[in-house]
Design a protein around this ligand. Structure first.
Ligand code: PLP
Ligand code: ZN
Length: 415
């Protein structure tokens, strides 16, 4: 018997069957997967988890499939790195970096949510999948969908970085660049999803897709030695991952896998598009959609969502955990990308720069306790956003192919 009971409206609690549905017909609230926790508790334990392969499906009882997973068998279980050099620089005691910039195969946290959505889409009988994306999701649906043999319609804003465009094209999907921003793309995808029987991973498959983000939180708890951190800083775009990390810790606590969760959760956005941070600062859960600043003024593109689907749930999770949120300027984002590279040898993209910049700010503000344990969520890879740093990191020293030239241009100048 399945451990997944069905879908349930997050607002009014009405129950729905396990279909490609995402919004409550009565109150328009989002639908969420409901589990039979009592039965899960009887068969799920630390030992069961640790006996399984190192991928995101080691937590499968808390993921929404009825059958076996068919995708992402090499995805997830990314490194949690003790960041002592960075900790010293920031003046904190215990700092960790969870690095999804090396997730398989497309180097972002989207390699978690997409396998869950595609495995479910196949269970439900779909042969065509799609998404609305700021770039990383497009890469993940393109790649995982290729491996799964699915038809793919991928919608992106027309002005993304080259790395993200090519990072989709190489897998030969139908890649559609929409003359508009992400919010326009998303609206269009909702219309297409209601007309064609396609599984849009972050539209009509959204309840299943978002569950995949919990695995980022499950891994952190397991990798910390079966405990949740005192503090966690997480980027926010559509608002998927932050509330799901929070949920992951709570599910582990409920199942007795970790002690009581006292984590304070902090949200990070870029100044150029920060609707969720504005709500947090205004101390309410109602998100006022914003028009993102023009691309010419924005370093970050991954988090550039003006009307986030799950924004209110980010604000709720942050508030109920006793956390806070901050935004980072373009210069702070680039500085943080360089800081992480220089101290820990990790090159993250602009979303990671935003997250670390915000973590630094919250430490300086005293909102993050320097004596507590802190996890910084790094969710994407710097190779995809070369444009952000290319004019800031200098150039190689060019020499002639002679020993004399090496000594003159390199050694003499660095002496
Ligand atoms: C690298 C990266 N990190 C974080 C996010 C946050 O997304 P969300 O808030 O929708 O989970 C995104 C969204 O596209 C992303 O690309
Ligand atoms: Zn409802």
């Amino acid at each position: 018997m399945s451990l997944v009971l069905g879908l349930k409206c997050k607002e009014c609690g009405r129950e729905y069957a396990k279909e490609a549905a995402y919004v409550c017909e009565f109150c328009f609230g989002p639908l969420e997967v409901a589990y039979d926790y009592e039965r899960i508790a009887g068969q799920f334990s630390q030992d069961v988890i640790m006996s399984r392969p190192l991928n995101l499906w080691r937590y499968r009882e808390l993921l929404p499939l009825d059958g076996d997973p068919t995708d992402g068998l090499q995805s997830g279980y990314t490194p949690l790195i003790r960041a002592d050099n960075l900790a010293r620089e920031l003046g904190v005691r215990e700092l960790w970096v969870k690095n999804d910039g090396v997730n398989f195969p497309t180097l972002s946290y989207k390699d978690r949510v997409v396998p869950v959505a595609l495995s479910k889409a196949k269970e439900l009988g779909f042969d065509t999948v799609g998404c609305a994306s700021t770039g990383n999701l497009a890469n993940a649906v393109s790649a995982h969908g290729a491996k799964a043999g699915l038809q793919r319609f991928i919608f992106i804003p027309h002005d993304l970085e080259a790395g993200k465009v090519m990072g989709s094209l190489i897998y030969q999907p139908n890649l559609i660049a929409v003359e508009g921003n992400y919010d326009d793309v998303n609206r269009l995808c909702s219309e297409i999803a209601s007309k064609y029987r396609w599984a849009f991973v972050n539209v009509n498959m959204r309840p299943y897709y978002t569950e995949g983000a919990k695995t980022y939180g499950f891994e952190i708890a397991e990798q910390l030695g079966w405990r949740a951190p005192d503090q966690l800083v997480c980027p926010v775009a559509g608002g998927t991952i932050l509330p799901k990390i929070w949920r992951a810790f709570q599910e582990f606590e409920r199942l007795g896998l970790i002690p009581e969760v006292k984590t304070r959760v902090f949200a990070a956005q870029a100044e150029t598009c920060a609707p969720v941070i504005s709500a947090i600062h205004g101390e309410n859960d109602i998100i006022r959609p914003v028009k993102p600043k023009p691309l010419s003024e924005s370093v970050d593109t991954s988090l550039r969502i003006g009307n986030p689907a799950d924004g209110p749930y980010v604000a709720q999770a942050v508030r109920s955990s006793g956390g806070w949120g901050e935004m980072a300027s373009n210069d702070e984002i680039i500085g943080a990308i360089q800081l992480l590279a220089r101290t820990e040898g990790i090159w993250t993209e602009t979303a990671g720069g935003t997250t670390l910049a915000v973590a630094k700010k919250l430490i300086e503000q005293g909102k993050i306790d320097r004596d507590g344990s802190t996890v910084v969520c790094i969710t994407g890879n710097g190779l995809k956003t070369l444009e952000a740093v290319k004019d800031r990191i200098g150039a190689p020293t060019t020499i002639l192919p002679t020993l004399g030239s090496f000594e003159e241009r390199v050694l003499a100048r660095s002496a």
